[in-house]
Design a protein around this ligand. Structure first.
Ligand code: UDP
Ligand code: MG
Length: 194
């Protein structure tokens, strides 16, 4: 087994995170939990790079639609009346298009994060997808109030400040996509590695 302290994940500060001045706050919250930033860069992505970043399979796209419908259910809104469809895949396709446009609307900050259970830890710190459902204490819960009900009505993606890989497989794929091979800088954190 690989050293569990060396698990890697990928985090990207989204346009709203950059524009709200949250770069430092987001990095602070990661480092506070003994996670190590081992690669870091600000950059302007192309539409094509973002399109390749997000999965294209129908299961993933339908899941985007499902997330909208979960909010509709909670707030007793009819997706058909509000957004013209109650089909998850159709809703997901719309959301994916808005998402790609949103992600190129400002520079992003990309990083590789290393540490014990890095994938799950970073997801926990970032919080669940929809800020309207994210708990206080998470980045998404503390700094955003966005909801698919508002976002869809405005034909845009839900702005939730940061992207974080959901599984080690997704992390490996995203690290390779955004950084290529051998981008990790090795160093020892005081009190963590020694
Ligand atoms: N998204 C959206 N509307 C939705 C669900 C998702 O605009 O109803 C956007 C949101 O910005 C999210 C991204 O699509 O971060 C990718 O969705 P995913 O399900 O992978 O959520 P994440 O992994 O970012 O929590
Ligand atoms: Mg995701």
């Amino acid at each position: 087994m690989k050293n569990p302290k060396e698990e890697l994940t990928y985090l990207m500060i989204k346009p709203d995170g950059v524009r709200k001045g949250l770069i430092g706050e987001i990095i602070r919250r990661l480092e506070q939990r003994d996670l190590k930033i081992v690669a870091l860069e600000m950059f302007q992505p192309t539409l094509e790079q973002i399109d390749e970043h997000y999965p294209k399979d129908e299961t993933w796209i339908a899941r985007l639609g499902q997330k909208t419908f979960k909010t509709c259910e909670k707030y007793n809104v009819s997706p058909k009346d509000e957004f013209g469809t109650d089909n998850e895949l159709e809703m997901g396709k719309l959301v994916r298009g808005w998402l790609v446009n949103y992600m190129v609307s400002a520079p992003l900050v990309k990083m590789i994060v290393q540490g014990t259970h890095a994938v799950d830890m970073v997801r926990k710190i970032v919080g669940p997808t929809l800020p309207n459902l994210a708990e206080m204490g998470t980045i998404r819960g503390d700094f955003s109030v966005d909801s698919p009900l508002i976002a869809n009505a405005e034909h845009r993606a839900v702005m939730n400040l940061a992207h974080a890989s959901e599984t080690p497989e997704e992390a490996a794929h995203e690290i390779e996509h955004w950084f290529g091979k051998d981008a990790v800088h090795a160093y020892k954190r005081f009190g963590v590695d020694e």
